[in-house]
Design a binder for this molecule. Structure first.
Ligand code: AMP
Ligand code: ZN
Length: 121
């Protein structure tokens, strides 16, 4: 199976990681909608919402809560939308939760590496 997110977890493809533990990894989306657009993925390959389990889902949301705080402190976000795609609208078939920041004022898109520096301070 050639899964791009499994390859990120194995370290075969680089990512701008902002948080990692034994079960999940959070990194910046390579094609962000807004500054600080993050993805949280389980380290184990689950295709979609149906194949996950409660333990992993709970932990992903605990990590989302802590990263929300980080986005507020470091990027001064005004809102945050969580999205999780399945089926025809899911491009990468490895479960992931999007964290998409909202800003009241329009922001120009920063380089992902600069956002990464701010979020890993
Ligand atoms: P979706 O499966 O539609 O929920 O979206 C997949 C997301 O993964 C998109 O927002 C992509 O920009 C993002 N993405 C794809 N490849 C990478 C990568 N190598 N590093 C970071 N984000 C990625
Ligand atoms: Zn995978």
């Amino acid at each position: 199976m050639d899964c791009i997110f499994c390859r990120i977890i194995k370290g075969e493809i680089p990512s701008y990681t902002v948080y990692e533990d034994d079960t999940v990894k959070a990194f910046l989306d390579i094609n962000p909608d807004t500054n600080g657009h993050l993805l949280i993925i389980p380290k184990e390959h689950f295709k979609d919402l149906d194949s996950t389990n409660d333990t992993v889902l709970l932990h992903i949301f605990e990590v989302a809560r802590s990263l929300k705080k980080k986005l507020e402190e470091q990027l001064h976000i005004d809102g945050l939308t969580l999205i999780q795609n399945n089926g025809e609208v899911q491009e990468v078939k490895h479960f992931h939760l999007h964290l998409k920041p909202y800003y009241k004022e329009e922001q120009s898109l920063m380089k992902v590496e600069d956002v990464h520096s701010l979020l890993t301070k």
